[in-house]
Design a protein around this ligand. Structure first.
Ligand code: NAI
Length: 265
């Protein structure tokens, strides 16, 4: 009977008290994501390659009253993944949210000889695709325990189309979208949602090497908003996907690109 029903259910728009593990969290979008979740009251596991950089993000978060702990984690190391997932659980509590964010720039042309091309291909797959499933599977027992587990995979607009000279990166990012859909289909039944963000051009460690004039020209021509995005603008969407209230969103691929991928001319 409609009249007797609550006007709305009580789906929460807060991640306060939730435990989030973020890879590649010492720089760029990962760091912004760590800060944003901490500001929202989450308990943040900051992981990245370099201990000093990890420690400094943890210190920044704690400096403004947030809750965080940090570990070195090279996502290509399966043993370390299991170790860190266990350490996060014993230090911060069961993991509720996994953000697969770590990534690297890869330049490679199909005309390169095998000994140059193959290592780039392997590296792209290891860091940006294989690691995602390993992290997800290692966290799964924790993610599924309360029916509100969340996985957010960071792909790229290179997962939707392709730029020249970066085939392994493009293939890995397209793979992340396939992986997202496959996880969404299979893990949904376990109470874990999996969604994917495709950032466009964002000002981070990955893109700071591009000369400013080239960045501006690109943004003017290609991005309706006519600028690069900030790491925070991506982190905000990651947060939205991780909310308890986003409970019926599963398997989607969201470009966060200022409209780049829908602009024809
Ligand atoms: P960033 O370079 O600022 O941060 C990436 C972080 O990942 C670094 O701290 C790095 O140490 C870490 N990392 C690299 N290899 C790792 C490994 N093996 N294990 C653990 N951590 C590792 O770059 P950004 O831009 O913040 O990148 C984050 C994600 O966003 C990446 O997956 C990247 O491919 C993706 N992306 C970036 C775009 C951009 O324009 N900046 C556009 C689209 C996607």
């Amino acid at each position: 009977m409609l009249a007797g029903m609550a006007r709305l259910s009580q789906l929460s728009r807060s991640v306060a008290g939730r435990v989030v593990l973020i890879t590649g969290a010492a720089s760029g979008m990962g760091r912004a994501t760590a800060h944003l979740f901490a500001d929202e009251g989450a308990r943040v596991a900051v992981t990245d390659l370099d201990q000093t950089k990890v420690d400094s993000v943890v210190a920044e978060i704690k400096g403004v009253g947030g809750e965080a702990a940090g570990w070195t984690l090279d996502v290509v190391d399966p043993g370390r993944i299991h170790e860190v997932v266990g350490l996060v659980q014993s230090t911060l509590g069961d993991i509720d949210i996994l953000v697969n964010n770590a990534g690297i720039a890869i330049g490679a042309s199909y005309e390169q000889p095998d000994n140059e091309y193959e290592p780039q291909w392997q590296r792209a797959m290891d860091v940006m695709l294989t690691s995602h499933q390993r992290l997800a599977r290692a966290c799964l027992a924790q993610l599924r325990r309360n029916g509100e587990g969340r996985i957010v995979n960071i792909a790229s607009t290179e997962g939707l189309g392709a730029s020249r000279g970066t085939g392994p990166y493009v293939a890995a990012k397209h793979g992340v979208i396939g992986l997202t859909r496959s996880m969404a289909v299979e893990l949904g039944a376990l109470g874990v949602t999996t969604n994917c963000i495709c950032p466009g051009p964002i000002l981070t460690g990955l893109t700071e090497g591009i000369p400013e004039a080239a960045r501006e020209k690109f943004a003017r021509r290609r991005v309706p908003l006519r600028r690069y995005g900030s790491p925070e603008e991506v982190a905000q969407i990651t947060l939205s996907l991780a909310l308890p209230a986003s409970s019926y969103l599963n398997g989607v691929v969201i470009p966060v690109d200022g409209g780049m991928t829908i602009q024809n001319t």
